[in-house]
Design a protein around this ligand. Structure first.
Ligand code: GAL
Length: 817
């Protein structure tokens, strides 16, 4: 033990003191908020009567309820990074939702009595945007960047005997974003009070400088704020493993504003995506036997390296990133953060074999980081889509000079203890790449990040290949990241001093779930009259590629560190290739659609990334009235080496994946039968491994007339906490249980019992039906209803009805945790 025995005894005693002795109180301010849209000259004044304002729960996205309108933030712009030469009207670029303008939130604050040296702090996880925080009518804080977390000490503004009024004014400008940013207090707001000496917000910094199988050194730097006249203090810290057992402890007298402690953890359980082992550092600030403050820092122990000529390794094991980029919106739920929704997304990605997330192009919700720690994802935490040079008229460039240091500092301070955080990204496709100042800005930002966290590398997404070398930004970054440049990797590596490179953004293949277009051919910027893209996964943008091209580059080039696919999920806004074609208003890039339904591409990635389970997936569907006798190509996505296809029991031949070196990368990653003639009935594939053993099969049958609705839930048991969610897929099926891929019936939902209907989505990027009404048309025979548990435990019943169809019913149980 690093401290003398008598003190140790006192501290062990202290460690067993009841929680009630602690002075810290943390409350998430979720209820009792009043909200109104539009500016209010007296919005900050405590005496304002806000009784007529809407009562809302925070996190809250004021714009997701719509209505959709092409006039909302319609941008007449030339999208330079898409190579456009002329400006044109982009109606759905930011989702067509009414997020522009001012919104006010107000609420009373119940602040516990603060003694001598007591402090009250508000912590905003993110507020969209230009947040002005008023306490009792006085402005306490302004924070413009809507994605960042910030805190404010409100002690000087409080009335000792209350009441205390909190008001927040938010304002979103037009042409400030390239996607749907959301609006309002869309992330949590916390009130934190302490009495006397305390650890401030993000006051710990934990690193693991030495790790071996035998032991890990854990270093903890803890900031202590002690008001004048505080008694002498000791910081006692216990490290606990996942079971809560103390595995190391230390006690250190507080002699300055920061305390450094060092621990040795024997036989550490190492964190990785496959084994997300977590520990907690529990710090107690003691004045004699009295606990002044308790502060918990969850952490993990792992090592990683990026080595010239060797690439990336985690805990000594070489690996490549199997990553996806994601925007922050949660589809039909909008941007209001919800842990169950994030977990649902991550579990789908996990099953696909994905092990990494890029939080494009901004700081994530803290809940995402916690879930990535727990579920095992490596995160590239990204900061900006713009530096000094604008991409949109009112983007971050207007704040850059004044705010960039503050924004980066908060980003790093908040997330640097997460084992999931594996690298920082200082930007995405910033036009500054093409300026002589670009490399100097990159160096400055990278140095800033290193100043706050020297343990992780810095990257960014570069898209201006020639300029990246001409002006030199590519050589500055710890990890050179390229967007959509597999064809340049071989050249890049000859010029990069780092000796490796990362696919920070890859593929951008477009597709609409369940939609297939004929002929099935490779195409760029392909448009169809129905504003959909084909799910044969052969269509990409002018600047992007089908997945197979990146796969081949990653497989063939040892210095390629892996990829982050654009995108894991469809998102609101950026409806490329239909940027100019309202009503398209959400993306087509997702591997999974806006309503969380996997597209065919999900199985192409799963076949490659999920190495522990077999994948055998067939496309297209097999209900093609009118195509009888016509050529209808069939693809199989599988991790098998070969497969045989049958139409109505008749073999269509066996296809085998091509070996490394094949000129057409598709032949290495897909099995394709290009000459299949459509006949109604059964389409079946049987897949085999390299030794010829069957690994699985799949059969798709031609559907008859729509007959009933089948409800399939991702979960049958929810927590009765008023927040937990189930995603229920409603399928229109024929009498035999085949999906009717053409069904477009409007389905109506009724929820009774221990929950409520929350939202619905069908994944159709052109659909203008609101997400919040309990009804929607099926798209390609399917949609997803999201139901939410109430706070009372019990049975939640969901019913789906549609004219002419037998209703679907489902019951979930909800229970207190
Ligand atoms: C990239 C950009 C992304 C998204 C994507 C679409 O250029 O970084 O934010 O716009 O293109 O392909």
């Amino acid at each position: 033990m690093p401290f003398p025995k008598p003190l140790a005894a006192a501290l062990l005693l202290a460690a067993s003191l009841p929680a009630a002795a602690q002075s810290r109180r943390e409350t998430s301010l979720t209820t009792d908020w009043k909200f109104t849209k539009g500016d209010q000259p007296d919005g900050a004044k405590p005496e304002l009567n806000d009784a007529k304002w809407q009562t809302v729960r925070v996190p809250h996205d004021w714009a997701i309820t719509g209505p959709f309108d092409g006039k909302n933030d319609a941008q007449v712009v030339k999208i330079e990074q898409n190579g456009e030469k002329d400006a044109s009207l982009k109606s759905g670029r930011t989702g067509g939702l009414p997020f522009i303008g001012v919104g006010w939130y107000r609420r009373q604050l119940a602040v516990p009595a603060l003694g001598q040296g007591g402090q009250a702090v508000l912590l905003f996880d993110g507020a969209m945007s230009n947040a002005r925080v008023f306490v009792n009518g006085k402005e306490a804080m302004f924070w413009p960047y809507g994605y960042n977390s910030f805190s404010v000490d409100i002690t000087p503004y409080l009335r000792a005997n209350g009441p205390n009024t909190l008001a927040v004014r938010l304002e979103n400008q037009p042409e400030a974003s390239r996607w749907y940013p959301g609006a309002g207090l869309y992330r949590n707001v916390h009130l934190i009070t302490t009495q006397g000496a305390h650890v401030p917000v993000w006051g710990t910094y934990l690193t693991t400088p030495e790790v071996s199988a035998a032991a890990a050194t854990v270093k903890l730097r803890t900031k202590v704020e002690a008001p004048a006249g505080s008694p002498s203090l000791v910081l006692y810290t216990a490290l606990r493993d996942a079971k809560g057992q103390v595995v190391a402890q230390a006690s250190t007298p507080v002699t300055g504003a920061e305390v450094e402690q060092s621990f040795s953890v024997k036989s550490p359980s190492l964190w990785s995506p496959e084994t997300p082992a977590l520990y907690t550092a529990e710090s107690r600030l003691m004045a004699g036997k009295v606990i002044q403050d308790t502060y918990k820092t969850p952490f993990g122990i792992r090592t990683f390296q990026f080595e010239k000529g060797k690439g990336f390794s985690l805990n000594g094991q070489p690996r490549k990133f199997k990553g996806v980029c994601n925007h922050h919106d949660l589809g039909p739920l909008g941007t209001a953060v919800n842990v169950a929704a994030l977990r649902h997304q991550l579990l789908l990605l996990k099953d696909m074999g994905c092990d990494a997330i890029r939080t494009s192009h901004n700081m994530p919700a803290p809940e995402l980081m916690t879930l990535c720690d727990e579920l095992g994802f490596m995160v590239m935490v990204e900061s900006f889509d713009e530096w000094k040079a604008p991409k949109v008229k009112n983007g971050y460039s207007q704040y850059f000079d004044q705010w960039v240091e503050k924004d980066l500092t908060n980003m790093v301070h908040r997330d640097r203890n997460h084992p999931s955080a594996i690298m920082w990204s200082i930007g995405n496709e910033v036009p500054d790449q093409s300026t002589p100042e670009g490399p100097a800005i990159a160096k400055r930002l990278q140095d800033l990040v290193h100043r706050e966290d020297p343990t992780r590398p810095v990257t960014m997404g570069m898209d201006r290949y020639d300029d990246d070398f001409k002006y030199g930004i590519a050589a500055v970054l710890d990890i050179p990241g390229f967007n959509y440049k597999p064809h340049r990797y071989a050249d890049a590596i000859t010029k990069l001093p780092q000796g490796f490179l990362l696919g920070t953004e890859t593929a951008s293949t477009v597709s609409s779930r369940g939609v297939y277009k004929f002929p099935a051919v490779l195409a760029k910027d392909k448009q169809y009259p129905d504003n959909q893209s084909s799910s044969y996964d052969l269509e990409a943008c002018r600047w992007s590629q089908i997945p197979d091209i990146e796969f081949a580059a990653q497989d063939d080039l040892p210095y390629a560190l892996g990829e982050f696919v654009w995108t894991g999920f469809d998102y609101l806004g950026e409806p490329t290739p239909y940027d100019e074609k309202w009503p398209s208003h959400s993306s087509y890039f997702g591997i999974i659609d806006l309503a969380s339904q996997p597209k065919d591409r999900y199985y192409l990635y799963r076949a490659r990334w999920n190495t522990t389970q077999p994948t055998v997936h067939l496309l297209p569907h097999w209900t093609w009235k009118g195509r009888e006798g016509q050529n209808t190509p069939v693809f199989c996505y599988t991790n098998g080496a070969s497969a045989e296809l049958f139409v109505n029991g008749k073999s269509q031949g066996r296809q085998t994946k091509a070996a490394t070196g094949a000129t057409d990368p598709q032949t290495r990653y897909r099995l394709e039968w290009k000459d299949v003639v459509y006949q109604p009935g059964s389409l079946k594939v049987v897949a085999y491994d390299a030794q010829g053993r069957t690994i699985g099969s799949e059969e798709v049958r031609t559907a008859g007339a729509p007959h009933h609705i089948k409800l399939v839930t991702d979960r049958t048991q929810l927590t009765a906490d008023g927040e937990d969610l189930a995603y229920v897929t409603a399928r229109v099926e024929d009498a035999q249980g085949n999906l009717c891929p053409d069904a477009t019936q409007q389905l109506h939902f009724t929820v009774s019992g221990a929950g409520k209907f929350r939202a619905v989505g069908n994944g159709d990027a052109t659909n203008l039906e609101p997400f919040q009404l309990p009804q929607m048309h099926a798209f390609q025979g399917q949609l997803v209803a999201i139901v939410q548990a109430s706070e009372a435990a019990g049975l939640l019943k969901l019913q789906a009805t549609a004219t002419g169809l037998k209703a679907g019913e489902l019951q979930l149980t909800t229970a207190k945790r």
